[in-house]
Design a protein around this ligand. Structure first.
Ligand code: ACM
Length: 262
């Protein structure tokens, strides 16, 4: 069994050190094997423009956020997945990192950008990827990626048992929709969202909380509050995601007819 945690935080825009410390305090108080944090969890989300996003961006595999999460992963022998604005040359991506205690670290760049993110970030240019960690096979997608069934399906076809899903949800639909993504793919999902409101540059966004751990048969195993920082942990048997049989004569993956899908 693997203890999976969704870390629902309440960051203050631009206060990176403070937001990291708050997240680490939440995580330290909730023992788990895999921690999933929200999209852009340490910086805030509602950037006024591209230069603001660039000013708070960090390169992958270094910087304050990476160092803090790597040392937590090592000390607590845990996998940590979190979202951050990634500086890569002149480009800024809305990225997520996966850090494992054995030194493995992986990068995902959000493929489906939501709304004004298109003005702020470069669209992801790396394929969906699954990392084979000591705790299970973990695929990463970020927030709005859920709206495209191809994201969860691609990660499933690549062997994911758990979808780690850092999010900053503002639309109401995701918590009730993830059960379908999980049911149709027979995968678990850990959707970590933030709470709070950010009003900047004339744009006001309220994040809907309700971080969720969803079972491979579409069960809602845990759902957090609308408006409080908190961590939810559930013990999951991720191996259940490997059995794609449905009814006597069906297999969710084996019965696909891709020749009719183009
Ligand atoms: C979102 O993709 N942050 C809504």
């Amino acid at each position: 069994m693997v203890r999976v945690a969704v870390v629902q935080n309440d960051p203050l825009f631009g206060e990176r050190s403070r937001n990291i410390a708050d997240a680490l305090a939440l995580m330290s108080a909730s023992p788990a094997d895999v921690y999933v944090l929200p999209e852009l969890f340490a910086t805030g989300y509602n950037f006024a423009d591209r230069s603001e996003a660039a000013a708070l961006a960090e390169p992958f595999a270094s910087g304050e956020t990476y160092d803090a999460m790597q040392s937590f992963a090592r000390q607590h022998h845990a996998v940590v997945v979190y979202g951050f604005p990634e500086q890569s040359g002149d480009a800024v991506f809305n990225s997520a990192a996966l850090i494992a205690p054995d030194g493995l670290s992986g990068l995902y760049r959000k493929i489906h950008l939501f709304d004004r993110e298109k003005l702020l970030f470069m669209p992801g240019d790396l394929p969906f990827k699954v990392w084979d960690t000591t705790f299970g096979k973990i695929g990463v997608m970020v927030c709005f990626d859920w709206y495209f069934p191809e994201s969860a399906r691609t990660l499933t076809l690549r062997g994911a048992q758990l979808l780690a899903h850092p999010s900053n949800l503002v639309l109401p639909n995701c918590p009730d929709s993830m059960p379908v993504r999980c049911r149709e793919n027979r995968v678990f999902a850990a959707t970590a969202n933030r709470v709070g409101t950010e009003e900047r540059g004339g744009v006001k966004l309220t994040y809907i909380g309700q971080s969720q751990i969803t079972g491979a048969r579409g069960e809602i195993l845990a759902r957090a509050s609308l408006d409080h920082a908190e961590v939810l942990v559930r013990e999951l048997d991720l191996n259940l995601a490997d059995d794609k049989r449905l009814a006597g004569h069906n297999d969710l993956i084996g019965d696909r007819r891709p020749e009719f899908y183009a």
